[in-house]
Design a protein around this ligand. Sequence first.
Ligand SMILES: NC(=O)c1ccc[n+]([C@@H]2O[C@H](COP(=O)([O-])OP(=O)(O)OC[C@H]3O[C@@H](n4cnc5c(N)ncnc54)[C@H](OP(=O)(O)O)[C@@H]3O)[C@@H](O)[C@H]2O)c1
Length: 390
Amino acid sequence: MAPTNKQWVSKLDGVAKLEMVEGEMPVPKDGEVLVKIHAVGINYRDIEVCEGKYSHHQTPSDSPSGVVICSDMCGTVLETKSPLLRAGTRVMSVYLQTHLSGALRQSDLESGLGFPLPGVLAEFRCFDARALVPVPEYLTDEEASCLPIAGVTAWMALNWMRPIGKAFQKLDLYGQGGKRDDDDDDGDEDKKKKEKEKETVLLQGTGGVSIAGLQIAKAAGLRTIITSSSDEKLEQAKKLGADHTVNYRTYWEWQDQVLEATGGKGADYVLEVGGAKTLRKSFASVAFGGTISCIGYVSGKEDDTGDDKGEAAGWNRLNVNVLALRRNVTLKGLINGGKDRFEEMVRFYEDKGIRPVVCKVFGMGEGREALEYVKGGKHFGKVVVRVDKE
Ligand SMILES: NC(=O)c1ccc[n+]([C@@H]2O[C@H](COP(=O)([O-])OP(=O)(O)OC[C@H]3O[C@@H](n4cnc5c(N)ncnc54)[C@H](OP(=O)(O)O)[C@@H]3O)[C@@H](O)[C@H]2O)c1
């Protein structure tokens, strides 16, 4: 009997209707490699795909009506038809398979794994050898499978404005080699001043992107503020080095806490994953000249109507133009990052010894449960499916 390839398929009709089916064993073409998949990291996007709600990007008119789900995997090259990768190499997938370097092009969206292209929640898959990144030795398969979307997106939110290879380096905005007049002090006073002037990152919730952002920001020596609906999760975030924590249920107006924690200055980088119910507050929390990276919409895609408990009247009209202008803010729509930035990030992870936070691991037979778990929002960091385990 021919070997088969178990895979989780969605007809875009809900997580509950996900099915594990047996497909044919894929065969690599020239330039491709056959990968045995070990671990798959689940993203919020995978749930949206299953529910037929992944519609805010312009995707091809011939988008599939059913797809093998998920985009983030770690596996081993079994067979190679490319000089780029040897059999036995452990690799991670690049989410948008054609986004190999430079700026994202609209056509790259057609190469998204797990929609519109077949995804990675399968035992085997062939990939273009160029669209894979070798895994650093120190990471487990499960840890590595957390990086393609969550890690790279957080990395880009903190570094998109810097050229590749210059991550976290001060920008030469003042034409003085990045130095400002007030950079010249020395001694204890200078140290105190520098500590006070450390850039601050605001992270919303404790999901995949935010926890990756927390780990990267801490390793880069930035100050971090993180919000969550759960005090228990905030305690976990403190153990990862979060400097300030805010429960956004207890403090509905959490922007006040952010301003207090930063002496009124606000956060230099906001990783905006909340969307409808958080953007107004992100504008109220951001520092003069800061950046809000528009990443996600876990609180909704429609503008906030202001109906929620504690929401002040009049908060339902979001004049983005004036809000951005008021504090000279950069509002950046951000879609993941290219392979070149992924590799840059991996070098940083390796250098700093960062280990992605894996909250729970499911077996291959539990694909549906894994997605339900993420949908339920109980997780902290990432949820992973171990493909080569039932
Ligand atoms: N643009 C991109 O390239 C890109 C890449 C990755 C993800 N995304 C998007 O970014 C979002 C997050 O993705 P993810 O994979 O990190 O999701 P995730 O792991 O499911 O995490 C979502 C977390 O958001 C928090 N949350 C829920 N409602 C919130 C609210 N009203 N205010 C603040 N936080 C809230 C919850 O944290 P607590 O339980 O701690 O409250 C929840 O665990 C999604 O919309 C996803 O589609 C976009």
